[in-house]
Design a protein around this ligand. Structure first.
Ligand code: ZN
Length: 182
């Protein structure tokens, strides 16, 4: 398998596990455009990139932003490894309860434990996939980026304690195999 086919092959795997799964463009969907407007309001403009930057699994589909077209094969592959975790969470929890947990528990902004738990599990797979395809240096570079995502406006300030994220990150890295490829 050539490198350029990595994400295509993984997409096929995802469709075998989730036959109704597909990749859809946010901008073409009225509900996604509506969610974008709501997010801008509830985060007071903190999350204004929902349509342009953020990938979202909702009701068994992956909704992609404008930036999807510019992503490399490897970046798409790492992203899909993260998103399949959300599909499995949806299967485990039910897609409606998961949306509730994701959006409302325990509070929409500031200390969203349900959302943070869901994202911790998925970002663990991001860390593992990054280590496999890009190596340890790229993996360690994720640390400060991940802290910023959890404590910042990207997910509505879902977990405002950087130390917790750092400890979680270090614990995941400690379980990685000795040496990945360079
Ligand atoms: Zn996620």
């Amino acid at each position: 398998m050539t490198v350029s086919q990595r994400h295509v092959a993984f997409l096929a795997e995802m469709q075998r596990e989730f036959p109704t799964f597909s990749v859809e463009r946010k901008r073409d969907d009225r509900m996604q455009v509506l969610i974008d407007r709501l997010l801008k309001v509830v985060t007071l403009g903190g999350q204004k990139s929902y349509l342009t930057q953020y990938h979202t699994v909702l009701f068994g589909k992956l909704w992609v932003p404008d930036s999807w077209d510019r992503m490399s094969d490897v970046d798409r592959y790492i992203l899909l490894r993260h998103e399949i975790v959300h599909l499995r969470q949806g299967r485990r929890l039910g897609f409606v309860p998961m949306a509730f947990l994701y959006l409302f528990w325990c509070f929409p902004l500031g200390l969203a434990y349900g959302r943070a738990r869901i994202e911790w599990e998925a970002y663990e797979e991001t860390i593992r996939a990054t280590d496999e395809v890009l190596g340890r240096d790229a993996t360690l570079a994720l640390r400060s980026w991940l802290v910023a995502r959890f404590v910042g406006p990207d997910y509505g300030w879902m977990w405002p304690f950087p130390r917790t994220i750092e400890r979680w990150f270090d614990a995941v890295v400690a379980t990685l195999p000795e040496a990945g490829p360079p």
